[in-house]
Design a protein around this ligand. Sequence first.
Ligand code: 8YV
Length: 313
Amino acid sequence: MSTKPMIVQVGPLHGPTQDELARRYDVRRLFEATDKAAFLAAVAPQCQVAVTSGTRGMEASLMQALPQLKLVACFGVGVDAIDVAHAHANGIAVSNTPDVLTEDVADLALALLLGAIRRIPQGDRFVREGSWLKGGMALTASMQQRKVGIVGLGRIGVAIAKRCAAFNTELAYFGPREKPASGLRYFADLVAMARWSDVLIAACPGGEGTRGLVSRSVLEALGPAGVFVNIARGSVVDEAALTELLTSGALGSAGLDVFEREPQVPAGLIALDHVVLHPHQGSATHDTRAAMGRKVLENVEAWFAGRPLIDPV
Ligand code: 8YV
C-alpha cells in the first residue's frame, strides 16, 4: 500500500512531468489499464485527483466513475475536451496551464503564416527536388501591409497581434466583446472582418461555443487571395468547407496546426501543395512543456494542501 496520495492519470503526458508526478504521488495510469472497468472500480473509493492532457480531456462518464473526484488538472490551456460544466455542477474543480505557452503558440502562428505566404515548404521541396537547377521559384505574396484579422483576442491573440505589428500589418480582431484597451479595430461580425482581412488567424478557445465559427461564409469572404491560419482547435473551422474552398481556389492558402480529428488529417488537405500542415505543435517546445508540467504539479500540490488553485478554470 502506497502512503502517497492517489492520482489517476487519464492519458499519456510530457515524460518529465509524468515522472515527477510518479515520484510525488501514487499514480494510477488509466491509459495503460487493459480492463478499464476493473481499474476504475479499484481506484474509485480513493481517487480525488485526476490529471489529463488537453488532447485527451475528461468526459462526464469518466468523472461519474470516480465519485470521490474533486480536481481535474489539465496539462494544456484549452479545456474543451473536458466536460467543465459537468465538473463544476458536481463540485469538481478544473485547472489548466495558461500564460506559459502563450509566446510559443504565437510564434508558431507567425511561422505558419509566413510559411503559407512565402511558400517556405514549397521552397524547401523545390530545392530538394533539384528544380532550382532548372530555374528560379515563382514569386510569392508579401506579408508586408497585409490586413490581419484575429479571431479571439485573448492572451495568445494579443501575442500574435504584437508579432504581426512588426511586419507592418493592419490589425483587427473579432470576439464576443470589444476590448477598447487593445487599441485595435474591432469587428462584431466575423464575416465582415473576413471580408476586410487578407489573413485570418484563429486564436479563440475550442468547445461548443466556437464550433464551426469559421464557417463556409467566413472563408468565402476571406476569398481567393486570403490566408487562413489555425493554432486554436480544429473544431473552430468547418474543415470540409475549408478543404473544398482551398481545393477550388476560392480560398488562397492556409497554415494549420490543428485539425478536427487529430491525428487524422483529411486526405483532401494532404493533397494540397499550397497548405502548410503541422502536427499540433503550438506549445511543443522543451521549455514550454516543462513550464506546463510545473503548473500541473503546482495546481495538484495546492489542491492537496488545501490552498486555492493557481489556475482555476
Ligand atoms: C497541447 C494545447 O497540445 O494547451 C493547449 O490547449 O492544445 C497544447 O498545449 C495539449 O494540451 C497537450 O496535451
